[in-house]
Write a protein that binds this ligand. Sequence first.
Ligand code: KIV
Length: 264
Amino acid sequence: MNRVLTVPQLREYKRRQEKIACLTVYDATFARVLEKAGVEVLLVGDSLGMVIQGRETTVPVTVEQMIYHTECVSRAAKRALRVVDLPFASYASPGQAVESAARLLRAGAGMVKLEGGRGRVEVVRALVAEGIPVCGHLGLLPQSIHRLGAYKVQATGPQSAQHLLEDACLLEQAGIDLLVLECIPATLAESVSAEISVPTVGIGAGAGCDGQVLVLYDLLGLGMEEAPRFVRNFLAEVGSIEAAVAAYVQAVKEGSFPAAEHTY
Ligand code: KIV
């Protein structure tokens, strides 16, 4: 990967069945390490509220904070596609979403990510109409934690699974370019990935997705004391940060991560 990864090239990954390696990143040094190791998509996630700021949830994160971290990452990352989270309540209407996303793009984002399904269709359409690439996010929606009550696997019953599949199709029709699937049964993630032409990137969603994403600090064993089922500590296996990230990329590419023990 010598030039900036473009949105159309992402579709090519799916077409030729090459897995997409994605990790979260919040600063310039790690952005450089990740890019060197071959991570194709860098996610400046609002998980920074938890892993950088030490908060309980992602809800307090602001657009200004996302801009700051996007600028930090963008100064170092020259080739990977930079996907940036629209934080909580920054995309409640199409107008507000376009305004927030424009600020993130000016800071260096190549794509914005938002959480939710059918209720977000108008917002996605408005962003796409402005030429802004959009990544959807279905399954566990951390910005809705106050309604969910707990971080737990989603869409486990037939009705909720059907609802999620329909949401994925509606987001595709609205124009998304990438879709994150978080903490859902592997069989459902596989069905969604087969049904839509948009590449899917899973976290706790099994090996059937078109790519994988993890919170960087989780793969370095620096996350929560009790790591979620889908986390693998690559640093403990190989001993250096650079080698851990490279091992993650290789495991995603060859399909050995996630394995059955990381899957719901
Ligand atoms: O904010 C984030 O890090 C995310 C990933 C968990 C997908 O949205």
